[in-house]
Design a protein around this ligand. Structure first.
Ligand code: BES
Ligand code: ZN
Length: 895
C-alpha cells in the first residue's frame, strides 16, 4: 500500500516560500500586437500562513516570473482596518530561478490573514510558442497576419504574469483583456462583460474561473470563424478555425460533443464549466493543450478537410480531442500535486483517448491498435538503461520538460490498461468515480488513485503497482520448462529485468505480474499474480475439446512486459498464427515480443525468420503495423551489411507484394477504416522495398500525374497514400519531380496537405537535393514546429540520407540551436532523433555522444542517451546477425 510520506518526498523539491499562498488572481492584460509587447496588471489575493511567517520572510513575497519587466508592486492587508498600501522597495529578479522577490519596508503583521498584492509590469509577445506568444499566418486573401495565444504548461505562466507557478497552488482567475475591437477574444470562461474603450479598442472581462492550477490558464486573440453545438448534457461547444475554414472544424466538433458526454457518464461527474472552446493555433509546439474550457491545438490535430483528409488524420484528430477532453477531468479537475506524478495526467489521458475513441468510433478498434502503438512504444523506450520510472523524482520543476515522454504517456497508459484488465471494468470505473469526487478541485499523488481502486476492487493494487511505477523497466517472463499433456500444460516461469541489448544487470528487481493466458479454446478466466522470481502455472485443456492445443502467455498483451516462449510453445503458436486462430492483438504481440527478445539475444535470428515467415498471409492492420516495424527495423540494422541486405530485401519484398495482391491499390467506398489504414502502410512498404519495381513505379507515376493535373483529384491519389506515392515518385525521380512535389507546399490548401510534402521530399535520391531539403528546413519558410518533418524525410530516406542529415546537423548545429533555444525542448529532441537516430552501430553512437559532449544540450540529455543506447543495441544485434545463418545465401534459399 502506498505510504505517501509527504515530508520525505517534498524534501528535495525547489518550491516557492509558502508563508503567503495565492487564492485569487485578477489579471488585466493589454497586448500590443504590432509591437509584440503587452502591459499587465495583476492583483493577487494571498492567504497568509501565520505559522510560517518569520523574521527572514515577513517582508518578502517571492513569485515566479520570466522575461517580465516590473514597474511597481505594492500590497495592502484585506482583513484589518489599515488598508494603507505598502510599496515594494526592491524587486529582485533571479534569472536562473525564474523568480522575482518583492521586498517591503514593513513586515506582514503576524496576525494578518489575507493581503492583496498589486503588480504592474510589461512583457513580450514572443515567437517561441511558449508563454504569451504570437503566431504568424497567411489569411485567405494571402495577407500575412498575426494572432496571439498562450501555452503555459509546464512552466510558462510565469512568462505572462508573476504567480506561484506550481500545480498544487490552485486559485481562482479573473481575466480582463484589452484588445482591438474587431478581434475575437477567448479565455477559459465565457465573457462576462465587454466595454468599448473607443472605436478601435474593447475591454473584455471573463467570468471567474473555477479553482485551478496556473498551467491551465489560457487566452487567445485573433480572427476566427467558428462552428458550435451543444452536448447532450448541455455544454456549449465551439470549434474556432481560421476565417473561411469553419467546415474543417465539423469532425472535431462532433467528436468533442460526444466525448464530453461519454466522459460525463463514465466519471459520473458533469463537466463543470458552461462552455468548451477548441481553437486551431497556426504555430504550436505540441499537438494540443488541455487548458480548462479553452483547448488549443496544432491545426493538423484539429482541422479535417471534409474531402481531402486521410483516414489517419481523422483518427489522429479523434485521439487528440478525446485525450485533451479526458484531461478536463483527469488533470484539470484533479491535478497531480507535483510534476513527479505527471504520469497521472498523461498516462491516464493516454488510456482514456483510446477508451473514448473506441466508444465513439468502434470501427477504429483502438484497443487492437494499442498493442502496436502505445504498448510497443513504451516497451521500446523502457528497455533502455537510460529510461526512468513512471514516478520520477523531480527536484527542479524544469526537469519535468524531459518527462513528457513515452514513459509518462505510453507506459502510463499501459499500466492503467493492465489495472483495468485485472480488476474489471466495473471496479475500475467505480474507483475512478470515487477518486474524482473525493479530490475534485484538489491535488493528488499516485497512491490516492491506488487507494481508490483498492477500495473499489478489494485487491492489493497499491502493492502490485509499486513494482510497475516506482521501478524503471519491466520484466521478461521466460518459460524455463514446458510440459504439454492432453489435458493440461504445466509451465515453469521466471522473471528478469528486460534490457534491449540483453545485458544481465544481476538486479533483484521483481514485478507483481498478472498471469493471463489464452489457448485455442479462448482466454482463460483464472488469473494468478506472479509475485516472486519464479512460478509454476498449470493451464487445463478440456480433453473433449478438439481445439488446437496451443497456449499464449500475456493474453491480449494486457501487461507491459515481454515473453520468451518455450520451443514447443512457440512451435504451436506459429501454427495458430499462420491459421489466424489466434487474435490479431496476440499475433501482433508474439511478433513484437519475439523481435525484441531476438535483439536481446534470447532467441536465435534463424527462429526469428521462421516466425516472420508464418505471417506471410497476414492481412490485419494491427499485425501489419508490427510487421512494418519489424521489417523496417531489420532493414535499418542490416543496411551496414551489403549481402544480408540483399537477401533480406528480397524476403521483405515478397511479403509486401503478397499483401499487395490482396489489398490492391484501388480504394473503395466500402473499405473499412482499418483496410484504408492497411493500404496506407502497404504502399509505404512498397516504397521501402519495391519502389523500383516496374509496376509499382508505373502505378505511382500514373497517380502522381493525375494529382499534378488536379491536386483535388483524391480519387486517383487518395490522402491515405499521398505521402507514400510522393515518396515512390521521388525515389525514382529527378529534379523535375522534386520541384513538382516541393511546389505543392506553396499551393496546398492546408497544413495537413503541406505535411505530405514535408514527410516525403527527402526521398529524392540525388545527394545535392537531399542537402537542399535540409537547407530548406532552416530557410525561414518552414515553421519551427515543422523542421523535424523535413529533416526526418532525409534522415529516414536511405543510408546516404542519414549521412547527409547527420552531417548537416553537425555543421549547422549553432543555427538550429539558436532557432530552437527558447522553444519547447521536444522540438530539439525531434530534430536530434531525425538527424542522428537512424544509425545502427556502436561507432556512430560514440561519435554522436562525442559531438554532444562538445556541444552540450542540457534539456536533451535524456533523449540523446536514449538514442545512442538504442543504437548500440542495434550494433550489437548486427554482430549477432553476421555470425548467424542469415549471412549465408543457402539459409534464404531454404527459408
Ligand atoms: N498536456 C499536453 C500538452 C503538453 C505537452 C504541454 C508537453 C507541455 C509539454 C497535452 O495534453 C498532450 O499530451 N498533447 C499531446 C497529444 C496527445 C494525443 C498525445 C501532444 O501534444 O502530442
Ligand atoms: Zn495530455
Amino acid at each position: 500500500m502506498g505510504s505517501g510520506n509527504h515530508d520525505d518526498k517534498t524534501a528535495g523539491r525547489v518550491l516557492l516560500p509558502a508563508h503567503v499562498v495565492p487564492t485569487r488572481y485578477d489579471l488585466a492584460l493589454t497586448p500590443n500586437i504590432e509591437a509584440f509587447t503587452f502591459t499587465g496588471t495583476v492583483d493577487i489575493t494571498f492567504r497568509i500562513d501565520g505559522s510560517l511567517l518569520n523574521e527572514t520572510n515577513n517582508k518578502s513575497i517571492t513569485l515566479h516570473a520570466k522575461e517580465l519587466l516590473f514597474s511597481t508592486a505594492s500590497y495592502h492587508l484585506l482583513d484589518g482596518p489599515d488598508a494603507t498600501p505598502v510599496t515594494a522597495e526592491q524587486m529582485n529578479v533571479n534569472l536562473k530561478a525564474t523568480t522575482v522577490e518583492f521586498l517591503f519596508p514593513e513586515p506582514i503583521p503576524p496576525d494578518a490573514s489575507t493581503l492583496k498584492l498589486t503588480v504592474a509590469y510589461t512583457g513580450f509577445l514572443n515567437d517561441q510558442m511558449a508563454g504569451f506568444y504570437r503566431s504568424t499566418y497567411t489569411d485567405i486573401q494571402g495577407q500575412s497576419k498575426i494572432m496571439v495565444s498562450t501555452q503555459f504548461e509546464a512552466l510558462d505562466a510565469r512568462r505572462c504574469f508573476p504567480c506561484v507557478d506550481e500545480p498544487s497552488r490552485k486559485a481562482v482567475f479573473g481575466v480582463t483583456l484589452t484588445v482591438p475591437a474587431h478581434l475575437t477574444c477567448l479565455s477559459n470562461m465565457p465573457e462576462a462583460k465587454v466595454t468599448a474603450i473607443n472605436a478601435q479598442q474593447k475591454c473584455v472581462t471573463f467570468m471567474d474561473s473555477v479553482v485551478m492550477s496556473t498551467y491551465l490558464l489560457a487566452f487567445v486573440v485573433g480572427e476566427f470563424d467558428f462552428l458550435q453545438t451543444r452536448s447532450a448534457h448541455g455544454v456549449l461547444i465551439k470549434v474556432y478555425t481560421p476565417p473561411g475554414k469553419a467546415a474543417a472544424g465539423q469532425f472535431a466538433l462532433d467528436a468533442a460533443a460526444r466525448a464530453l458526454d461519454a466522459y460525463n457518464d463514465f466519471f459520473n461527474l458533469p463537466y463543470p464549466l458552461p462552455k468548451l472552446d477548441m481553437v486551431a493555433i497556426p504555430e504550436f509546439a505540441a499537438g494540443a493543450m488541455e487548458n480548462w474550457g479553452l483547448v488549443t491545438y496544432r491545426e493538423v490535430d484539429l482541422l479535417i478537410d471534409p474531402v481531402k483528409a486521410s483516414t489517419m488524420q481523422k483518427q489522429r484528430v479523434a485521439v487528440v480531442v478525446t485525450h485533451e477532453l479526458a484531461h478536463q477531468w483527469f488533470g484539470n479537475l484533479v491535478t497531480m500535486a507535483w510534476w513527479d506524478d505527471l504520469w497521472l495526467n498523461e498516462g491516464f489521458a493516454s488510456w482514456a483517448e483510446n477508451w473514448a475513441t473506441n466508444v465513439l468510433y468502434p470501427e477504429y478498434r483502438m484497443w487492437d491498435q494499442f498493442t502496436t502503438g502505445h504498448l510497443s512504444t513504451a516497451l521500446r523506450l523502457d528497455a533502455l538503461q537510460s529510461s526512468h520510472p513512471i514516478q520520477v523524482p523531480i527536484a527542479h520543476a524544469e526537469e519535468v520538460e524531459q518527462v513528457f515522454d513515452a514513459i509518462s504517456y505510453c507506459k502510463g497508459g499501459s499500466v492503467v490498461r493492465m489495472i483495468k484488465a485485472v480488476i474489471g471494468l466495473s471496479a475500475f470505473q467505480d474507483g475512478l468515480g470515487a477518486y474524482m469526487k473525493k479530490h475534485a478541485y484538489g491535488n493528488t499523488e499516485t497512491y490516492d488513485l491506488w487507494n481508490a481502486w483498492e477500495a473499489s476492487s478489494g485487491m492489493p493494487i497499491g502493492e502490485m503497482m509499486k513494482s510497475w511505477t516506482e521501478q524503471m523497466g519491466f520484466p521478461l517472463v521466460r518459460v524455463r520448462k514446458e510440459d504439454f499433456a492432453d489435458d493440461k500444460v504445466v509451465l515453469e516461469l521466471d522473471q528478469t529485468w528486460f534490457l534491449s541489448d540483453g545485458s544481465d544487470m544481476q538486479s533483484d528487481k521483481v514485478w507483481t505480474i498478472p498471469i493471463l493466458t489464452c489457448t485455442g479454446a479462448g482466454a482463460q478466466a483464472d488469473m494468478t499474480l506472479m509475485r516472486d522470481r519464479t512460478a509454476t502455472v498449470t493451464i487445463p485443456f478440456d480433453p473433449k475439446d478438439t481445439a488446437p492445443r496451443w497456449i499464449k502467455l500475456n493474453a491480449g498483451q494486457e501487461v507491459p512486459m515481454r515473453v520468451l516462449p518455450g520451443v514447443e510453445m512457440l512451435r504451436r503458436m506459429l501454427v495458430a498464427i499462420a491459421s489466424k486462430s489466434m487474435s490479431a492483438i496476440d499475433r501482433a504481440g508474439v511478433l513484437n515480443d519475439s523481435m525484441a527478445v531476438v535483439k536481446a539475444g534470447h532467441m536465435s535470428p534463424e527462429a526469428m525468420m521462421t516466425l516472420l515467415k508464418s505471417y506471410k498471409d497476414e492481412d490485419e492492420y494491427v499485425v501489419w503495423e508490427g510487421l512494418s516495424d519489424a521489417l523496417g527495423g531489420l532493414d535499418a540494422v542490416l543496411s551496414d551489411d551489403e549481402n544480408m541486405t540483399g537477401y533480406f530485401r528480397v524476403f521483405a519484398k515478397t511479403m509486401v507484394v503478397n499483401l499487395m495482391n490482396k489489398v490492391g491499390w484501388e480504394a473503395s467506398d466500402s473499405d473499412e477504416h482499418l483496410t484504408k489504414l492497411l493500404r496506407g502502410i502497404m504502399i509505404n512498404l512498397l516504397g521501402a522495398f519495391a519502389y523500383d519495381d516496374e509496376s509499382v513505379q508505373q502505378e505511382a507515376k500514373k497517380r502522381f500525374e493525375a494529382f499534378l493535373e488536379d491536386a483535388n483529384d483524391i480519387e486517383s491519389l487518395p490522402s491515405d497514400m499521398r505521402t507514400a506515392v510522393f515518396k515512390i515518385v521521388l525515389k525514382n525521380g529527378s529534379a523535375k519531380e522534386y520541384e513538382q512535389v516541393k511546389a505543392y507546399f506553396a499551393t496546398a490548401s492546408d497544413n495537413a496537405e503541406r505535411k505530405h510534402v514535408l514527410n516525403s521530399l527527402g526521398c529524392i535520391q540525388d545527394d545535392a537535393l537531399k542537402l537542399a531539403t535540409m537547407e530548406w528546413s532552416l530557410s525561414g519558410e518552414i515553421k519551427l514546429q515543422d523542421f523535424f518533418y523535413l529533416m526526418g524525410s532525409v534522415g529516414r530516406s536511405s543510408k546516404q540520407g542519414r549521412e547527409i542529415a547527420w552531417k548537416f546537423f553537425q555543421e549547422n548545429f549553432e543555427r538550429i540551436r539558436i532557432l530552437l533555444q527558447k522553444a519547447h525542448p521536444a522540438l530539439m529532441d525531434a530534430c536530434i532523433v531525425m538527424c542522428a537516430g537512424g544509425f545502427c552501430s556502436e561507432e556512430r553512437a560514440d561519435e554522436i555522444d562525442t559531438f554532444f559532449q562538445a556541444h552540450p544540450l542540457p534539456s536533451s540529455t535524456r533523449k540523446i542517451a536514449q538514442t545512442t543506447e538504442h543504437m548500440r543495441a542495434n550494433g550489437k544485434f548486427l554482430r549477432v546477425l553476421k555470425a548467424s545463418d542469415l549471412a549465408k545465401a543457402e539459409f534464404w534459399e531454404k527459408l
